[in-house]
Design a protein around this ligand. Structure first.
Ligand SMILES: Cc1ncc(COP(=O)(O)O)c(C=O)c1O
Length: 417
């Protein structure tokens, strides 16, 4: 199937050339491994954002040519993100962030819940996908339950999910992959288990999407959310909701917008420029795809998925180097010690230094990482980790190089031995 002249490895020079940051002087001295906090935006996104701000930053959908161009660019942004995901535009809500989108979704679910109903949320999740559900439970009289992680490993186990499910479970919410452990959860099996008792299953794809472009439809989730500021674009949350689920949800928009599916969960006025600039993500994936593959007729979604495969493979090779190095250092890796079943976010606790001190020592060597609980507070507490300090997290993006990774490993060996 693969044409012979397809490239099997990511062309890193070409990739980095697409990012304005890597043209800066600062970038020559710094190696960034805090990508799970937010990635650099690609140039195509920055260009579209700049163009919108320079030429079209007026109220869109009004009766003048400047506004007409603004509305047109926003329309393109919406259609490109839908095409990248291979879903109808009407299934997407573009909100300010995933936290806000989950809060909005929770509020929209409230009318479906009665006292005695149950909401089951994984303990592995970022608080963005826990606290809102807990509040919805308390305001509706529903019972809030946690799907507990294994206290030794932090992993979610399907047997524990089965124990937590029953005929009163109405919502199950879980992360596609953990922002601490990096472990990828078996989303389809989780969705099927939830469906088995008639529950709706909501997935947090924030940690997963930067490493593998999500196949939202294949996940079969009722709702799937991720944040585009972590996928090389502008600061938005993209919420997919299955049409059958959406029509059961209480509208969160102005009453006169009810009936427009893409506005149904619009609890906030959107960031016009950020939406318009999303089209740049399509440009980026397409440019990268066409550079590496000789299959121009593919759909945008197929192109995104193909290039994401190469990105993933590259990240895994860097992650393997790091995991191997860590195995010889006095650290407790939180999560799997090989690349199998995980994405390239690696967290650990070091014997010698608290996480925040270690992050500072690395920063002194121009290596950016981060040390905290990363809002997965309940997971860390369960694992017996001091939540005031947290873990040191090293998170890769596909634009990281082997040289940067070796520099990081050298620095860790110097500091921790
Ligand atoms: C796994 C996970 N879920 C949800 C969120 C919240 O996303 P947002 O910042 O878009 O609200 C984050 C943010 O870091 C995250 O890592």
């Amino acid at each position: 199937m693969t044409p012979e002249n397809d490239q099997q490895a990511l062309d890193l020079d070409f990739v980095r050339h697409q990012f304005p940051f890597f043209e800066t002087e600062l970038s020559k001295h710094w190696a960034f491994f805090d990508n799970a906090g937010g990635t650099f935006p690609c140039g195509a996104v920055v260009d579209r954002l700049t163009r919108f701000y320079r030429e079209n930053k007026v109220q869109p959908y009004t009766h003048n040519a400047v506004a007409g161009a603004a509305s047109e660019q926003m329309g393109i942004g919406r259609s490109v993100i839908a095409a990248l995901l291979g879903v109808p535009e009407s299934t997407l809500t573009l909100g300010p962030s995933t936290t806000q989108n989950f809060n909005t979704l929770g509020n929209a679910c409230a009318a479906l819940l009665e006292p005695g109903d149950e909401i089951l949320v994984s303990e592995q999740d970022h608080e963005a996908n826990i606290g809102g559900w807990e509040r919805v439970a308390s305001s509706t009289g529903a019972t809030f339950r946690l799907w507990p992680v294994n206290p030794a490993t932090g992993e979610l186990e399907l047997a524990e999910l089965e124990k937590g499910l029953n005929a009163r479970t109405k919502i199950v919410s879980v992360t596609h992959s953990s922002n601490i452990l990096g472990s990828i959860n078996p989303i389809r099996e989780i969705v099927q288990a939830g469906r088995g008792v008639g529950a709706r299953v909501v997935v947090d794809g924030v940690s997963y999407a930067p490493h593998t472009w999500p196949d939202v439809l294949a996940s079969e989730a009722d709702a799937y959310d991720f944040s585009t500021y972590k996928t090389f674009a502008t600061h938005l949350g993209v919420l997919y909701v299955d049409p059958g689920f959406l029509e059961q949800l209480a509208p969160q928009c102005h009453f006169f917008k009810v009936g427009t599916p893409s506005a149904h969960l619009d609890a906030a006025g959107p960031d016009h420029a950020a939406i318009a600039a999303l089209a740049g993500l399509g440009d980026y994936f397409e440019t990268l795809h066409d550079h590496h593959f000789d299959s121009p007729a593919r759909s945008l979604e197929q192109k995104a998925r193909a290039i994401s495969g190469l990105m993933h493979q590259h990240e895994q090779s860097l992650c393997a180097l790091l995991l191997d190095a860590l195995s010889h250092l006095p650290v407790r890796i939180i999560g799997r010690t090989t690349v199998d079943g995980r994405e390239a976010n690696v967290s650990f606790v070091a014997e010698k230094h608290p996480a925040k001190v270690l992050a500072t020592l690395l920063a002194e060597r121009n290596i950016a990482t981060s040390g905290t609980h990363f809002y997965s507070f309940r997971l860390l507490r369960k694992l017996g980790i001091d939540t005031d300090d947290g873990v040191l997290r090293i998170s890769f993006a596909h634009y990281n190089t082997e040289d940067e990774t070796l520099r990081l490993i050298d620095a860790l060996e110097c500091i921790l031995r």
